[in-house]
Structures are given as structure tokens and as C-alpha cells.
Ligand binder design. Structure first.
Ligand SMILES: *Cc1c(COP(=O)(O)O)cnc(C)c1O
Length: 402
């Protein structure tokens, strides 16, 4: 019999997170919007056991979205309403939501038109769905702005090439590289003219800023619970207009050739049920808070703008992407810190280490020429602490500031 030594098994009994929210200011771009509420932290324990959502699975409609205790069915309806959509489901991740949309709306060989700043998982979701992609270009340094009007040209290009419209058009609402906000309305209008389903990737927006899909002309919204909804991983959101629900949430038609078994209630692209435990409950427990916090978005943007304005006073610091910031994810170019790294014994790691000594984490270790940070949810006091830390480090290494 194979045996794993006890010393090794022991290690799994004392897992601790070093960068706890109470102890560090964490600027990691992907982590700010996923910090849990106290209610969500509590519910994780309450619903931590295995299939904890399934105690009251209704025997006539045995499906996660039909469960009334806890109120999952109600939550799916509220979630849809909150986004200005007709139907919502919780899936494991934003990327899974994209894959589900792609695979149910496209035939192998069809096209997805997407912005050239799309997240890698948008490409991979298309690949797994056996679709091809056509990219909408963006401008170069320093703005990196997606050319939204070019969506029409790219749809035309697909039409000429294949004689068919693209299966789906995807826009990344806020991209993960520069934190640029795109006006979804423009692409929504183009998609409507062509009659193509418009998918908005709101991984960085829904759950932290107000979004109304009806106003934006969005047919499919995907988002990430662990990125932007104060929920645990894995949680993703798939919200749809009624017209697409029949296709995207189509029921299973397969029959056992020998047993004749059927599963006609199950939504096959979801493989029946999705998040059947604690992460879903964390998303639900944070929902009342999320509904309110999106109203405070403008102040979050102000904090981001303040930090940009301050840090740009340091020699060689420059915010990339469009200005002024319309989102809290910020990409800095920092020629001054880069110059310091060239002669520092710790090389690029010095910046990470200096910040960490000051209780600030989340900048990718090793980076000094370009780095990203996210101010979402930090109060003014913490924002000023971050500012002061950067100035201290600049001063220590002889960089000037204005
Ligand atoms: C973070 C991110 C994702 C990934 O979200 P998951 O829920 O982890 O799949 C997808 N798209 C964009 C634009 C992102 O920023």
C-alpha cells in the first residue's frame, strides 16, 4: 500500500495565510474586489461541508438554481435584476461563463470577435469551444485604447471570409492590463445592427460599479465573483437576456442507448449543477453589501485619481492607459525605480521588498519598470499610507519628486 509520510500530511493541518487583509495593505490587482464581507466569512463556516446547498434540493426540479432553502432561486432572480438582465446563473468562474456562451452559441469554426486586450481566458474559452477569433486592435503607448468603432469592420471581415456572422462579439469592459474602461454602448449598438450576440466581460466591473445591461445593449454578461463580488473562489456570473436563455441554458436531450435514461431538466452546458457549496453562499451573503457599494463607485475612482496624481510627482513615474482614470486598476511605468534596480543588489525585487517592509504587498515581486496596482476598497488613510511609502522609497534611493 502507498503511504504518504505523516510529516508531510501534518503540513496540511496548519495552513495560514500570510497576507491577511487586517495585517497588510494588499494592492494586488486581482484581489481588491474579492475581499469578503464579515457575513460572507461567517457563511463559509456555516456551509463549509461538501454539498451543503443540497439539503433541500427540490425533488421535482433537482437543480441548484431551484433550491429555495437557502434562497438560491431568489438570489438568481435578484442577481439578474441587479444587472438589468432577465436570467442569471452562478458558475465556477468568469472564464467558464464565457466558455458556456461560446460553446452554446457557436458551431466549430465560427468566429468570436474580441478586443486585443482580452484576458487570456477569453482566447482559451474560444479555443475549447473550437471557435476562431478575430481581434479588434488597440492603439499603442501610452494609451492602449481599443478602437471600438473597428468592431463593425471586424464583423464585416468575418462575413466576407465565412459568409456568416460571428457567433459572439466580446468586449472586455475594463481590461486587466491598463484598467481602461470601454464604452459598452458603442459596441452594443454595432452588435444590434448586425444582430450578433454581444457579450460583455465585466470581470473587473460588475460587482464594483453600477451596470445596467439594458442601457448598454448587452446580451450576455459574464463576471467573476472572486474578483469583483466580495466572494470566495470559485464563483462566476453568467447573466442573459431572455432571448438567449433557450440556447445558452438549453436542457439536456441525451438518452442512454441501453438504459433509456434522460435528464431533461438539467442545463447541459452547466453540466447540471455548478457551485454547490460555500463559495456560492459567500457570493449570496455579500450581495446586499455589493448592491450598495456600487453606488459609491465615483469615490473609488477619485481615490485612484488622487494616487495617480501624487505618484506621478515622483521622478520617472507615469500612469499608462487612458487619462484621467475611470477605474481603480492602475498601470504605472516607473523609469526612476527601474534605474535604481539596475544597481541594487536585489535588482527589481527591491521595490517589492521595500513596500513589504512598510506593510504593503501586491506589487508583483521583481517588477520595477512597469507594475500594476488596484486601490479598490482602500480607505483614504490607506491610500495616503501607500503614497507615503512610495515617496519614502523614492527619497531613500535619491529619486527626485515635485
Ligand atoms: C480576472 C479576469 C478574468 C478571469 O476571471 P475568472 O473568474 O478567474 O475566470 C477574465 N477576464 C478578465 C477581463 C479578467 O480581468
Amino acid at each position: 500500500m502507498l503511504r504518504i509520510p505523516n510529516e508531510r500530511l501534518e503540513r496540511y493541518l496548519h495552513l495560514r495565510r500570510e497576507f491577511k487583509e487586517e495585517k497588510y495593505i494588499n494592492l494586488h490587482p486581482i484581489q481588491r474586489g474579492g475581499v469578503l464581507t464579515d457575513a460572507a466569512r461567517k457563511v463559509l463556516l456555516e456551509f463549509g461541508d461538501g454539498y451543503s446547498t443540497c439539503d433541500w434540493c427540490p425533488p421535482k426540479t433537482p437543480r441548484l438554481d431551484a433550491v429555495e432553502r437557502p434562497p438560491i432561486a431568489q438570489f438568481m432572480r435578484d442577481l439578474a435584476e441587479f444587472l438589468g438582465m432577465d436570467v442569471a446563473r452562478v458558475v465556477t468562474r468568469c472564464r467558464e461563463a464565457k466558455f458556456i456562451a461560446f460553446t452554446t452559441l457557436g458551431e466549430p469554426g465560427d468566429y468570436v470577435v474580441l478586443d486585443g486586450l482580452s484576458h487570456y481566458s477569453s482566447y482559451l474559452a474560444a479555443e475549447l469551444a473550437r471557435l476562431r477569433i478575430k481581434e479588434v486592435p488597440h492603439t499603442g503607448y501610452p494609451e492602449f485604447k481599443v478602437d471600438l468603432s473597428a468592431y463593425a469592420e471586424k464583423i464585416e471581415e468575418v462575413k466576407r471570409e465565412t459568409g456568416k456572422l460571428p457567433a459572439v462579439v466580446l468586449l472586455t469592459h475594463v481590461d486587466y492590463l491598463y484598467g481602461n474602461l470601454n464604452d459598452a454602448r458603442i459596441v452594443g449598438k454595432i452588435c444590434k445592427e448586425y444582430g450578433v450576440p454581444f457579450l460583455l466581460n465585466a470581470a473587473y466591473t460588475a460587482g464594483i460599479m453600477p451596470i445596467n445591461c439594458k442601457e448598454l445593449g448587452v446580451d450576455i454578461l459574464v463576471s467573476s465573483g472572486h474578483k469583483s463580488w466580495a466572494a470566495s473562489a470559485p464563483t462566476g456570473i453568467l447573466a442573459l437576456k431572455e432571448e438567449l436563455a433557450d440556447r445558452v441554458l438549453a436542457r439536456s436531450k441525451i438518452t442512454g442507448d441501453w438504459s433509456k435514461r434522460k435528464f431533461g431538466l438539467k442545463e447541459y452546458a452547466l453540466l447540471g449543477c455548478t457551485v454547490m457549496g460555500a463559495p456560492l453562499l459567500s457570493l449570496m451573503a455579500s450581495f446586499p453589501y455589493v448592491v450598495k457599494r456600487v453606488e459609491r463607485w465615483q469615490e473609488e475612482v477619485e481615490k485612484a485619481r488622487f494616487l495617480v496624481e501624487e505618484l506621478e510627482r515622483i521622478e520617472g513615474m507615469k500612469q499608462l492607459g487612458t487619462k484621467p482614470k475611470q477605474h481603480t486598476l492602475i498601470h504605472f511605468e516607473s523609469d526612476g525605480f527601474y534605474r535604481v534596480s539596475q544597481t541594487h543588489k536585489r535588482r527589481g525585487y527591491f521595490l517589492y521588498e521595500e513596500l513589504r517592509e512598510r506593510g504593503i504587498v501586491g506589487i508583483q515581486p521583481g517588477l520595477s519598470k512597469h507594475f500594476k496596482l488596484n486601490t479598490y476598497g482602500l480607505d483614504w488613510e490607506k491610500i495616503r499610507k501607500v503614497r507615503d511609502a512610495f515617496f519614502e522609497i523614492a527619497e531613500k534611493y535619491g529619486l527626485s519628486s515635485s
